[in-house]
Design a protein around this ligand. Structure first.
Ligand code: FAD
Length: 384
């Protein structure tokens, strides 16, 4: 790809923002990330990267690093919660490599974040910079931050997450929809688990709740779980906070002894409101575009939120690579048109938490290669 040197501002240094910065820097663009947090924290959470996401990482030169850090399951098992009866075995590792051209990788969320950050020089990331206002004037975007400073860029990419301020300014105030469910999640040393052996990767499913348990490194010495637990009265104001272990164990008291052994061993847990949105009417406005959870937040049941965010970053880079400076809004529209059908479909599929549907749609999710998929029609070529 060849690229003109645009000045690009990225709001948010999450998975989507970092991947976007890394890809645009490789095109020779002048990139700055503005992140509201003072520093990154290692919160206890795992993350799955499907073959579609691993192919994006490959194109960014990060695949080997992530493979070395990750647990690569041979199989993910779906089991009935109380009896442990097998409902579905999903062969992964070598089978996925042969079929989709990349494996499924399971790792610590902070390790993936660090890998993405390793592709972005520290000088590109400005911390303690919370965007509080922006306006498009004279072929650029003026931004104002909470500390009173101002910046200007040719294009602004808002990777500011599910509670996106930029989305709100573009489309009006509307909270993400609370699903009535919470996710308890944490990572902890495997040796704390007594009297049970944990399989590599298992989803334990009851009628109204589930828990997913897997290792987050090749040594299998750190284990992760994440639940989907009904709690309609959870105060969404506090969409993330420390969870009560006794309440959690009570919620899963009828589950298989292996699950109970994992929960008994767990020293601390966090609790997140599970929220989602319907697909947005549009993602871009002039020289401003949304990316990642800012435009397509989804439930975690297909483990595709971060994966689709980094797919966005690859496709956005492809759309900006050949865009003339005068046609940046059209290039952003092209990015939106290229991505929205896929993410809208994954949002709606993920929302169902229907493993029969996941099974049917798996090929479509994992075969996708964001570096090679045809892009939507190129508006500026047609009008040139
Ligand atoms: C329980 C759970 C499990 C999940 N499991 C998986 C999984 O296995 N696989 C997977 O692919 N995905 C998973 N996801 C989804 C994944 O975590 C998200 O989709 C992903 O983090 C989205 O990345 P993002 O960069 O769009 O947003 P975020 O990671 O939320 O980053 C947004 C960034 O923007 C910053 N920011 C916000 N507002 C401002 C502002 N005004 N100014 C400056 N900075 C700002 C924030 O501080 C933050 O750093 C899971 C999610 C949950 C809740």
């Amino acid at each position: 790809m060849t690229g003109a040197k645009f000045k690009v501002a990225i709001i948010g240094a999450g998975m989507g923002g970092l991947a976007t910065a890394a890809n645009l820097l490789r095109l020779g663009m002048d990139v700055r990330i503005y992140e509201q947090a003072r520093q990154f924290q290692r919160v206890g959470a795992g993350i799955q990267q499907g073959p579609n996401a691993v192919k994006v990482l490959r194109g960014m030169g990060l695949e080997e690093r992530v493979r070395d850090l990750a647990f690569k399951p041979q199989m993910t098992r779906y089991r009935e919660a109380a009896t442990g009866d097998l409902m579905w075995e999903r062969p992964q590792a070598d089978v996925y490599e042969a079929k989709y051209g990349a494996p499924q990788l399971l790792l610590h969320r902070a390790d993936l974040h660090e890998a993405l950050a390793s592709a972005v020089p520290d000088s590109v990331i400005q911390r303690s910079k919370k965007l509080v206002d922006f306006a498009q004037t004279g072929g650029g975007v003026d931004m104002t931050f909470a500390d009173g400073t101002q910046e200007r860029a040719d294009v602004m990419i808002a990777a500011d997450g599910v509670h996106s301020f930029v989305r709100e300014r573009m489309l009006g105030p509307e909270r993400p929809r609370f699903t009535g469910r919470v996710a308890y999640r944490t990572t902890f040393p495997t040796h704390l688990i007594k009297g049970a052996e944990v399989e590599g990767s298992t989803k334990w499913m009851a009628k109204d709740r589930h828990i997913v348990i897997y290792y987050v490194n090749p040594k299998r010495d750190e284990v992760y779980f994440v639940t989907s637990t009904p709690e309609p009265d959870f105060g969404v104001e506090s969409w993330s906070r420390e969870g009560d272990l006794d309440e959690l164990r009570e919620e899963y008291r009828d589950f298989h002894p292996t699950v109970r052994a994992v929960l008994d061993a767990c020293p601390v847990v966090h609790k997140w409101a599970l929220v989602e949105r319907d697909p947005l009417p549009f993602w871009t406005q002039g020289r401003v575009a949304l990316l990642g959870d800012a435009c397509h937040p989804m439930t975690p049941y297909m483990a595709q939120g971060a994966g689709t965010s980094i797919e966005d970053a690859a496709v956005l880079a492809r759309c900006l690579a050949d865009a003339p400076a005068s046609r940046l809004p059209e290039a952003l529209k092209r990015y939106e048109k290229s991505r929205k059908p896929r993410t809208s479909w994954i949002q709606s599929s993920s929302s169902t938490n229907d493993i029969e549907r996941f099974r049917r749609e798996q090929d479509q999710v994992f075969s996708y290669n964001a570096w090679e998929e045809p892009l939507a029609e190129n508006a500026f070529e047609l009008t040139r």
